[in-house]
Write a protein that binds this ligand. Sequence first.
Ligand code: AMP
Length: 215
Amino acid sequence: MKNLILLGPPGSGKGTQAERITAKYGIPAISTGDIFRKNIADGTELGKKAKAYMDKGELVPDELVVGLVADRLSEDDTKGGYLLDGFPRTIVQADALERVLTERGERIDGVIYINTPRDELIRRISGRRVCEVCGKTYNTGSFAPKVAGVCDHCDGKIVQRNDDTEATAKNRVDVYNEQTMPLVDYYRGKGLLSEFDGMIPVGDIFTGIEKLLGE
Ligand code: AMP
């Protein structure tokens, strides 16, 4: 398996598993959320457009996302495979991805789906903190840094993402249920879906992923 999708609601631990998969298998994780956040930080036109949606917890329109991913998948580091994190998020995006890949003679080999209940997601998202320098994530409840407000890894400042407040978190989970959840059946129907329980420890989820991807 080389071309993978990581599917799951916000707060399911996709980012954490993406870090581990990248470290072990050496394939790049492509996070559309990270690409938008970088564009916002750099003050680009795309960033300005995306921010308005992201701050409300809504999805950025499909037409702003698809081209961006198609361009990213043309870069050299994706030749040995890649992990899409946070894309596709709608059926329209999934169909567009399939068209782009078919034109290139490629396909998605597997979809890793992390299933997590709603209450747990809201709790995790609103407790989430992130280092503004290196992007490492923490959680006020379960995974605090050694020194409050300071990243263990790079001494950067730890902040809360604009869209991680409780109200926005609720909206993001509702948006996920309405617009992204249909992808579970979409990929299951194609025989590509492997489901993992998001309530078990992070390390156990990764062990399951290793079994799927091979040592
Ligand atoms: P994430 O970091 O994946 O949780 O994404 C943060 C926000 O970026 C989402 O709530 C959306 O507003 C936007 N976003 C990221 N990926 C997509 C996508 N594939 N389609 C639409 N919006 C997206």
